[in-house]
Ligand binder design. Structure first.
Ligand code: FES
Ligand code: FES
Length: 159
C-alpha cells in the first residue's frame, strides 16, 4: 500500500504492506542503511530510532503504525544539538570499535538525554542496558554520554 512516512522531517513515499517493519522500509526501500539490523527480535537495540522523540526498535515497529508520527534516524541525529553533542563526544572519546551497534547506542543515548538531561551513572546504565555491544565499549559509551549531558542541561536551561 502506498503511504507517506515522515523521516528526519521529510515525507517519504513508500509502497509497502502495513506490517512491514520500519527497519526494512529504511534499509531496503529508502536505502538509509545507518540503522542496523542485529537480531530482528527487539533484543539488541541495533535498530533503534526515535518515533515522536521516543527510542523505539524499528525491527518490530510496523510501518502501518506510523501515520502522523515523526521518525528520526541516525542520519537526522546531528540536526539536534544534543544529537550533535553526542556524536562529538563519541568521537572525542573514541567510543567505537567495530561500530556496528553505535547508531542504536547514539539514538538511545539521545532519547535518554532528552528525558533526563543530567542522568547519574546508574540511570545511564539502566537506560542503556538493552543496547548490546559485542565489542564491549560500555565504559566509553558511558563517558561520552556524561560529556554530552552538559549540552543537554544547557539546552534545557535555555528553553
Ligand atoms: S535488530 Fe532490532 S533490537 Fe535487534
Ligand atoms: S562497537 Fe562493535 S558491536 Fe558495538
Amino acid at each position: 500500500m502506498a503511504r507517506s512516512v515522515t523521516i528526519n522531517g521529510k515525507p517519504r513515499e513508500v509502497d509497502v504492506p502495513d506490517d512491514m517493519p520500519l527497519l526494512w522500509v529504511l534499509r531496503n526501500e529508502l536505502h538509509m542503511v545507518g540503522t542496523k539490523f542485529g537480531c530482528g527480535k527487539a533484543l539488541c537495540g541495533a535498530c533503534t530510532v526515535h518515533i515522536d522523540g521516543v527510542a523505539m526498535r524499528s525491527c518490530v515497529t510496523p510501518v502501518g503504525s506510523l501515520e502522523g508520527k515523526q521518525v528520526t534516524t541516525i542520519e537526522g541525529l546531528a540536526d539536534e544539538p544534543v544529537g550533535k553533542a553526542l556524536q562529538d563526544a563519541w568521537l572525542e572519546h573514541d567510543v567505537m570499535q567495530c561500530g556496528y551497534c553505535q547508531a542504536g547506542q547514539l539514538m538511545n543515548a539521545s532519547a535518554l538525554l532528552k528525558r533526563n538531561p543530567e542522568p547519574d551513572e546508574r540511570q545511564v546504565e539502566a537506560a542503556m542496558s538493552g543496547n548490546i555491544c559485542r565489542c564491549a565499549c560500555y565504559g566509553r559509551i558511558k563517558q561520552a554520554i556524561t560529556v554530552a549531558s552538559a549540552v543537554a542541561k544547557k539546552e534545557q536551561a535555555d528553553v
